[in-house]
Each structure stands twice: as C-alpha cells, then as structure tokens.
Design a protein around this ligand. Structure first.
Ligand code: ATP
Ligand code: MG
Length: 308
C-alpha cells in the first residue's frame, strides 16, 4: 500500500475540487456530472485499484477511530434516484468492520415521525463516539422533496402560523445550528450530493426496466418525479448555498460515472479521517505492568495434562 503522505495527496486531488465549505458562491452548473478530472474511462481499472487502496486505508482509520472512542463520523448521502447512493455506500464501506458502522435509510416519514419535529427521526440515529454513521437520505429531504411537493409540508401538522414564506430559510438556519452543535461535540460531518445528469438517470432507469435482475429497483413514481427535475436542482442548489459550512461541508460529486463517484467519496472520507489524527490509546505504566503480569501468569500456567 502507498504511504500515508501519498494517499493523502491523491485523496486531496480527487476530493478537494468538489468540497464546498462556503455556500455563498456555489452554483450547481459549475459542477459537470460527467466530470472525471484527469481520469479517462480507460483509467477505470486504475481507479478501481485506487478505490481498493482507499478502502484499506479506511479500514485502518476506522479501527483507530473505534479504539480511540472520541470522534463520531456522520456521512450523509443525498441524490436524485439512480444516482448511485446505495452502490457508493456499499463499495466505499466494504472494508469497514460492521461493528463500527451503522447505516440508516430515511424514507417517507411514518405517522409517528410526522408527530415530531423534522429533525427528530434523524437525531435519534446519530452515531456514537468511535462509530461511523451513514444516513442514506436525511433531514435534508425536508428542504428538497418537501419543498418541491409542498403538499407534504401540509401533512406535517405544523401550527399554521409557523408556516410562512421563511420556512425554508428557517430550516437551513436550524440545520446549520444543529450541525455546528454536533461538530462542537466531536461529530465529524461530511455531506455528499451525488450529482447525476437527467440524461444518465434516464439511461439507468431504462436499464432497470430492461434487465430482469434490476427490475426490482424500478419504481414508476421515480419516472414521474423527473418532471420536477428543474425544481429539484434549484432546491439542491439553494440547500448547498445555505448549509455548506467549514464544520459540515458538502461534496458535490459528479455521478454520471459510478467508478469516479466511488473513488471521490472514498477519497473525501479518507482525507477527513486522516486529518483527525486518530491514534490507538496510549498505554500507561500501570497498564504495561498489568500486561507484563498477565504474560508471566500465562507462561507459568501448565498446558493441558498429557496422559503418561
Ligand atoms: P432506492 O435507490 O432504492 O430508490 P431511495 O432512497 O430512493 O432508494 P425509496 O424508498 O425509493 O428509497 O424512496 C424514499 C422516498 O422517501 C424518496 O422519494 C424520498 O424523497 C422520500 N422521503 C425521504 N424523506 C422524506 C421526507 N422527510 N418527507 C417526504 N418524503 C421523504
Ligand atoms: Mg427511490
């Protein structure tokens, strides 16, 4: 495996161009969903080897994260349908010890969830210290699907006088405040928007229809949702402009090439974890003595008795 310095350098080259810590100047049309930086499609094999290196690095980092038990890591994924959220999560996390990792998928809210504030169901699922928590969709849906389909807002049973024109700005404000609070409590937050083009989405939907093994992934509702594409893009842009902060950056990852999406996500996670300076807990004098005593005891013990 390449050295840590080299891994960090490549991870930065791959992920820094897509990292946004300050939304003010962000424009979605600056990110091309087909972008693959300096990598060409014939470099796909090399990219896959690179991903493997990232996966191994991540496994080591997670082991230290768990042992150190100080930081928690929260990775959030948002995307249009068929952008490859599930695949990115599956591949990037494939080397990670399942004991230290939790994935939660947030779908249409249940009656119980609608009876609470909009952050409730996600905050219940935050990772513990030492763990990596993954949100497959998140409270950001509250500024996306709920904004595009305002009838969903009506179902949220909010007192009418609280539902004003400012509601989306207020949600952004509350989200920023919660993310700042979490970061001050040792939760490292990384947010990924997998940015697929409308054309590539169509191609992937057709594959889901034509390939029997992919039929299960297809839902007719997803096709209808394409009619709101421009509204979704406007909502995504506004969301990123208002919620990209140094403590909880957005990565807007080109998603027309799955191999590229995955290596960028892995690179971003590896780089952010490397920057935490994770380390196994130091062993003090007393612990060293305890270890030495245990060793003496084990060595002094007789093995199983043999029959004469
Ligand atoms: P897949 O890749 O399998 O399609 P998915 O994440 O799209 O995965 P689905 O069950 O297809 O999962 O869709 C979940 C749906 O729930 C999405 O359409 C999403 O917009 C919707 N949803 C998520 N959160 C909310 C919310 N807070 N309010 C309303 N709808 C929501
Ligand atoms: Mg879906």
């Amino acid at each position: 495996m390449p050295g840590k310095k080299r891994i960090l350098k490549i991870a930065g080259r791959l992920s820094d161009p897509f990292r946004f810590e300050n939304g003010k100047k962000f424009r979605l049309n600056k990110i091309n969903p087909g972008d693959t930086l300096w990598l060409k499609s014939e470099d796909k094999g090399k990219a896959q080897e690179g991903l493997q290196v990232g996966i191994e690095a991540l496994a080591e980092l997670q082991d230290k994260l768990y042992a150190q038990d100080q930081w928690a890591v929260l990775l959030m994924f948002q995307a249009m349908d068929a952008a490859g959220k599930d695949g990115a999560i599956k591949h990037v996390m494939s080397g990670v010890n399942p004991q230290g990792c939790q994935v939660f998928s947030f779908k249409t809210p249940s009656a119980e969830e609608l009876d609470h504030d909009f952050l409730w169901r996600c905050l219940k699922c935050l990772p513990e210290r030492g763990r990596i928590g993954i949100f497959n969709r998140s409270y950001y849906e509250e500024t996306l699907v709920v904004r595009v389909h305002q009838e969903l807002l009506a179902r949220q049973k909010l007192p009418p006088k609280l539902v004003t024109k400012r509601i989306w700005q207020e949600r952004f404000e509350d989200i920023r405040a919660v993310e700042r609070y979490l970061s001050r409590n040792g939760v490292l937050i990384l947010k990924f928007f997998l940015h697929v083009s409308k054309k590539e989405q169509k191609k992937r939907f057709l594959e889901r229809i034509e390939n029997p093994d992919k039929n299960w992934k297809f839902s007719a509702g997803d096709v209808a949702e394409r009619e709101h594409w421009d509204d979704y893009m406007a909502a995504y842009e506004d969301m990123i402009r208002h919620t990209a902060t140094p403590e909880a950056p957005w990565y807007v990852v080109p998603a027309d090439n799955k191999w590229f999406t995955r290596i960028v996500v892995a690179a971003a996670v590896v780089k952010a974890l490397e920057n935490l300076d994770l380390a196994y807990p130091a062993v003090n004098e007393a612990k060293l003595e305890e270890l030495a005593a245990a060793k003496r005891q084990l060595e002094g013990q007789n093995g199983p008795r043999r029959k004469p």
